[in-house]
Design a protein around this ligand. Structure first.
Ligand code: UD1
Length: 423
């Protein structure tokens, strides 16, 4: 399994360009199932989750071709196999996003239940409940969600919990339902808004995306799309934290600063000087050690859970004590135990981590457990003395395009080690 070697102690300084957002590109690829017309996506990041989605669509019968400038052509006209199998769903939970589009266009879908997940239970009950409210009949058979509906009908769908992919699934299905759907307590994440914009270019009528109430007028059919994916706010935030915790500076190009307000505010609290422009962010720590910060994760516009591990890494070397509360996912502190192996002072109690910064971490072999945890461990490696080797880095390739190359551009000493055979 591939590993990453980081030799810590280098202050980051330089420029980096942000890739398209993983959590926007995945639902858009799935949205191509809503139409039999050709679709084209620009600014598609080269990520394992994108490859998995392409494989999923191809298994269903879609024709997919890579175009110029990070583009992908998708033609779902030939799709006939209306199933998302367990072997793909278990590697990428976002596969559940085919459920709404398949059901809405073809009247049926079979999607494997995702099963266990490294960061908690993560059920899909709200996706199912919402689709039932649109008139679908849903059963579970042999580990598969089996959904059927001759014609979905618009309805009022109240989400018990704010769910990002749940909102996206219902929004996509509602585009082909008869009548009006109102989603209440909808997720307001920028990726939900970007998906809505993409769907609108297909002819969908959607209002309120980005607020907690989204209204969709259903249509008989949709056109194809030609759409460019927004920049990844989590990748952006990760580079900003990397620069801040090394006392360095970074100019981030192609960043959507408006989507990162909670993160930027926290970074300012650490003592970073930050300037923003329409598509760039500049952070300068001026060689200082960051101040510890308290963070509580929450649905957008709150502080993103996907930035929690990175801020924990920052707090491990900050001045003072910071408290991190994770309110979105249970069991999302596995990186804390790994950071302790570097000498971090972290006390865990339920969903709370109390981190007291130490002068320096010391390199050690580590194990990545999930995507964002891996990013946190890489950042910790950047400030650890000596060598840190992170195993199971395939997690990081799910959501970060060329992370080691981009960090090297900023002056980090980081490289991928060839896979070793398991003993
Ligand atoms: C999405 C993001 C992920 C991010 C997460 C929270 C994608 C592809 N992934 O994941 O990167 O960490 O949002 O911002 O966009 N829940 C239920 N029932 C459901 C669905 C969710 O109880 O049917 C709960 C979950 O267990 C969790 C909370 O709702 O506690 C939020 O999860 P959700 O927003 O659905 O996460 P994802 O959409 O899977």
């Amino acid at each position: 399994m591939a590993r990453i070697l980081v030799k810590g102690g280098h202050r980051l300084d330089g420029e980096v360009r942000i890739s398209g957002a993983k959590n926007a590109v995945l639902p858009m690829l799935m949205a191509s199932l809503l139409t039999d017309k050709p679709c084209f996506l620009h600014n598609v990041p080269h990520l394992k989750d994108v490859t998995t989605t392409i494989e999923l669509l191809a298994q269903m019968g879609a024709e997919i071709a890579l175009g110029d400038r990070l583009g992908i052509h998708i033609n779902t006209r030939p799709v006939s196999h209306l199933k998302a199998p367990y072997d793909l769903v278990k590697t990428m939970r976002a596969s559940i996003l085919v459920l709404g589009p398949l059901l809405a266009r073809f009247g049926e879908a079979r999607v494997s239940l995702p099963g266990g997940c490294a960061i908690g239970a993560r059920p899909v009950n709200l996706h199912i409940k919402g689709l039932e409210q649109l008139g679908a009949e849903v059963d579970v058979d042999n580990g598969y969600i089996v959904a059927r509906a001759r014609q979905l009908k618009g309805a009022r769908v109240v989400m018990d919990t704010v769910t990002v992919t749940g909102t996206e699934n219902i929004m996509m299905a509602a585009c082909l339902a008869r009548g009006t759907t109102v989603i209440e307590n909808a997720a307001q994440e920028p990726e939900v808004v970007d998906l809505a914009e993409c769907l609108k270019t297909m002819g969908a009528t959607i209002e309120g995306a980005g607020t907690n109430t989204v209204t969709i007028q259903g249509r008989d059919s949709l056109e194809g799309f030609d759409y460019s994916v927004l920049p990844d706010r989590i990748e952006t935030g990760t580079f900003l934290v990397a620069a801040a915790m090394t006392g360095g500076r970074v100019h981030v190009h192609r960043a959507a600063s408006h989507s990162l307000e909670a993160v930027i505010e926290k970074l300012r609290e650490t003592g970073a000087r930050i300037e923003t422009g329409p598509d760039w962010i500049r952070l300068d720590m001026e060689g200082r050690r960051p101040e510890a910060v308290n963070v509580t994760t929450a649905p957008y516009p709150g502080f993103p859970t996907d930035m929690q591990a990175q801020f924990m890494a920052l707090n491990t070397v900050a001045r003072g004590t910071g408290v991190i509360r994770e309110t979105i996912f249970e069991n999302r502190f596995q990186h804390a135990v790994e950071m302790q192996r570097l000498g971090a002072d972290i006390r865990l109690q339920g969903n709370t981590a109390v981190i007291t910064g130490v002068e320096a971490l010391k390199g050690a072999p580590l194990m990545a457990t999930d995507l964002r945890a891996s990013a946190g461990l890489v950042l910790a490696g950047l400030v650890a003395r000596g060598e840190t080797v992170i195993d199971r880095v395939y997690h990081i390739d799910r959501g970060y395009e060329n992370i080691e190359e981009k960090l090297r551009q900023l002056g980090a000493d980081i490289r991928r080690l060839p896979a070793v055979e398991a003993a």
